[in-house]
Ligand binder design. Structure first.
Ligand SMILES: C[S@@+](CC[C@H](N)C(=O)[O-])C[C@H]1O[C@@H](n2cnc3c(N)ncnc32)[C@H](O)[C@@H]1O
Length: 399
């Protein structure tokens, strides 16, 4: 019996869907657009699964009945005042208002005392859902309408833990703002894309549970995630959280020390047990120790992006930076190809300039000559509208 789920996507829907495609087959992701994806699967998805995803902000189980019918059947025998909230995507404000008032009226007519928590009838964010304890004490309902007018209704089973992300991002002991901070959510999407998800098809440990529950909370401890430009260790932290063993290296001694400090802090704060880490100093344009070669290793990294820019640089400056990066990445890919087995992936970000037109790193396709194919779609981008430099995420596969 298939269950249907609604995934509300974050601000980079293309990346979010690519991340989901690491866990679900093409047939299971039955629809997606800029705001949401519908997944139809034999697996039962647990709330914890959301903690493994960087690109999804909420997961809801789809309902066949109307929101009013669902609320009545869920709460008709409950006592006390039931809080509920509704977010409606692809719908007008007045429609959300109508829906909220209708739910309240129907519940009242059934003798259920309730209140909706939407302020000014607007959509809810994760912080509001958490503050109002909707998942524990009441209901958070999500309604979506796609461009063809098809509607989906769902009951949320999980919303993104915004406090946990902020703690991981801002509380770590070693931060170096000069080198640009990789957001944990992006590091998480990259980790999933680099590992290739839970490797459900290959039956890796931690994937499909015996009872058909998609247990994706812990990754496979056999997989080792290597970040050869580890900076402050953001990728490594997200990979450890997913249950992988991690290896980091960086050319800078300060970054190596800082990453170790961050990972020790992370293990304690997030009670990670069993995950192992190793960090050492290394120039990624030079040959890696052959001992790193292992069938379970993959590379996930935000490489060197060049100096910080406050405006889109002149063509000459762009050329000079890209030339420098081509040399660095040519050497790095040549060396990486020697420690990766066939099928292993490199998930990497390249910088692009976000001017009137987007100017992409020209050396990307040339890297295939070191024995790789590109398995990610064109232009998987992560950037804020006013940012001069954005990141392009590319996934290579060793052939
Ligand atoms: C953009 S930062 C990575 C930031 C990291 N993702 C984080 O969130 O902390 C790039 C890192 O690459 C390192 N780096 C630059 N050239 C390198 C090289 N040739 N080999 C190894 N690391 C290098 C820098 O020291 C810097 O820490």
């Amino acid at each position: 019996m298939k269950s249907r789920y609604l995934f509300i996507l974050g601000k980079t829907p293309d990346l979010s869907v690519f991340e989901l495609a690491q866990f679900f087959t093409e047939n299971e992701i039955v629809f997606w657009d800029e705001e949401f994806a519908i997944v139809e699967t034999d697996m039962e998805i647990e709330a914890d699964f959301l903690n493994r995803l960087g690109g999804t902000v909420a997961i809801a189980r789809l309902l066949d009945e109307s929101l009013e019918e669902f609320l009545v059947s869920e709460f008709k025998d409950s006592e006390g005042k039931i809080p509920f909230g509704i977010s409606a995507y692809g719908m007008r404000d007045f429609e959300r208002k109508k829906l909220l008032l209708s739910c309240k009226k129907v519940l009242k007519s059934e003798g259920v005392s309730c209140r909706f928590v939407n302020k000014d009838f607007g959509n809810l964010n994760a912080a509001q859902v958490k503050a109002e304890k909707l998942l524990e004490k009441g209901a958070y309902l999500i309604m979506t309408r796609n461009l063809n007018g098809r509607e989906y209704r769902g009951m949320a089973i999980a919303v993104q833990d915004v406090d946990a992300y902020s703690k991981r991002d801002y509380d770590k002991p070693f931060r170096d703002a000069r080198m640009g901070m990789l957001p944990p959510k992006l590091a998480q999407m990259m980790t999933n894309s680099g590992v290739g998800g839970a490797k459900r098809a290959e039956g890796a440990e931690g994937a499909e549970g015996a009872e058909g529950v998609l247990r994706l909370c812990s990754g496979s401890s056999a997989v080792r995630v290597f970040d050869p430009f580890c900076g402050s260790g953001t990728v490594l932290m997200e990979a450890m959280l997913a249950g992988y063993n991690v290896i980091g290296s960086d050319i800078s001694e300060d970054c190596v020390k800082g990453t170790r400090k961050n990972l020790e802090w992370f293990e304690k704060e997030f009670r990670i047990s069993g995950g192992q880490f190793k960090v050492f100093q290394h120039d990624a344009s030079r040959a890696f120790d052959e001992k790193l070669k292992d069938e379970n290793i993959c590379i996930v990294t935000e490489g060197y992006l060049g100096p910080p820019q406050s405006a889109v640089p002149s063509e000459d400056v762009q050329k000079k930076l890209f030339h420098e990066l081509i040399q660095l990445y040519d050497n790095f890919f040549q060396n990486a190809s020697k420690i990766l087995e066939r099928g292993a992936r490199i998930c990497i970000t390249f910088p692009f300039f976000n001017g009137r037109e987007k100017i992409f790193f020209p050396g990307k396709k040339g890297l295939k000559r070191f024995g790789f194919e590109i398995v990610s779609p064109e232009e998987l981008l992560y950037f804020r509208r006013n940012q001069v430099m954005g990141r392009e995420v590319v996934v290579f596969r060793r052939i």
